[in-house]
Ligand binder design. Sequence first.
Ligand code: ADP
Ligand code: MG
Length: 620
Amino acid sequence: MPIHVLSEEVVSQIAAGEVVERPSSVVKELVENSIDAGARDIRVETRAGGKRFIHVTDDGCGVPAIEAELAFRRHSTSKLATADDLVHITTLGFRGEALASIAAVSQVTFVTRAAAEPVGTLVRLEGGRVVAHQESGRPPGTAVTVEELFFNVPARRKFLRSEQTERRHVDAWLTRYAMAYPALRFTLAHDGRVVFQSPGNDRLRDVLVAVYGLEVGAALLEILPDAPLQSQIANQQIGKSANRQIGKSANQQISKSPISNIQVTGFVSPPSLHRANRGFITLFVNGRWVQDVRLTYAVIQAYHTLLPSGRYPLAVAMVHLPPEDVDVNVHPAKSEVRFRDGDAVFRAVQKAVRRTLIERSPVPVAVHVPTAWPVAAPQWREEQRERLAHLQPQPAAGQLRLEAERLEAVETPGRALEPPAGRLPPLRVVGQLGTTYVVAEGPAGMYLIDQHAAHERVLFEQLLAEHERAAIASQALLEPQPVELAPESAALLEEYLEVLSGLGFQVEPFGGTTVLVRALPAIVAQADPRQVLEDVAAALEMSDVPLAGTLVEAVAARVCKRAAVKAGQVLAHAEMEELVRALEKCASPRTCPHGRPTMIHLSVEQLAREFGRSVNASTS
Ligand code: ADP
Ligand code: MG
């Protein structure tokens, strides 16, 4: 083919490809525009994972009527005028590409009203061409609707993943911006259902509670400000005035002492809270979410020797530094940045996190722990609450609320707080009760153990340990078995084949919604493959929340539930012995993987009390 210049249409589609990869990229760009427009309230709605419909509204400054069409021209922006401006960008956008790119590959309706104008404007574009432009009523602000993404780029459309996956990417972006801008209120709805909302009260901890749940949100430690902050600010001011005297600009001064100008804020997990991968380390630079291997490592390094090997912290860290010390114009999607002094930023992050851990984490979070975990004893919670009130060094009102609700969470299945560390004492099996419970005796009284829940716990810890060593026992089926699944389940399984194979599944797509099962984890090899796979799909679906516990753990918990002995199953004495011995070895023997108690403990004191005996009078 001879060399020729590409047509305008092809050029714009290629360019669009760099900015718009999937529905979440559209959401990201539109939300960035809303933030740049000074909005306080940003609402996002999608249908079909955003493939068919994305709607973003804001109460920002809006676009004047005469500029509404111009906003869609490539390289048109109100945020940048000269190349010099590139050096100190304070807005999220600046390339003037997003609206043009989105419009090139979808059908966009843009309704906007600048506060000073009496009426709004509606512009509609299809494949980049304006098909309507008219007046339209709306309150000040902007609403953008993006329909039929990639309708004119079938190759791209084919690459989109399942609705759940696309939704998850949207969730991830929205929660990132909610964390970066706690003063703004973000609302996200999928298919008519609100799935996330941040309070917009300028408190990052409250956003973290909305994202990670109460338990994690309450446990996170706020990164301490750099100790000599006051003196630093004072120094800066001295520096500035000194500069003025010798005729230098403040900027030059800043670039000379970059370290004192790097601030790190946010929250990090105490060493007792960790995750199986580094995906829970979220970083922002000047309000922009970034992917940065080195800074991620800086956070991990701060936990050196504090975490078990193979475990990673959870962190939301914001780096603030003068805009001229960071280049955000590295990539069209802007999730990579380049620092003028990368080492200084690395040190600042590592130091801030380490300092926080050292100063904050020795303080016991869970206050006093009773010797035995009195499962399902409501009055214990009252006691604990009282004790909490005494021992807490007068927390702020909000904090107290969080702490109190944290105790509440203890009994909520699913997200239960880990019981206090401390393994089981050696127990003597007495017998089985109602073919459901194992009765056992220990130094501190009587234990009633739920055989199913206990077995789940045992299998779960074994499976995860094997997974860690990449040594999960997998058992091939005699004959590979095709299993037809619900479309959603099939899509989910196919997406996570790798996670599954790490857990001992050998499953492959078999056309349509059928998968071929070649092997299962040995512990469920006797079960019905269809049931096992439906279980797994359900687990994947449930952990379809951004950043919830790890997928591996969710799937493992389901598999173990299926594999564990059931209530109603008669157990021989030796089997009960084996179960109890295995439970004694568990790190968290007192709850099942889903957070339900595995046992009820009746202490010697309680028994004595119930029988009206005085506790110390052993001779009576
Ligand atoms: P950029 O954000 O890089 O400037 P965009 O293509 O995303 O480029 O947007 C082009 C311009 O349209 C912006 O510079 C801004 O002036 C205007 N604009 C886009 N979205 C909004 C919005 N939600 N509110 C106000 N103005 C907007
Ligand atoms: Mg933009």
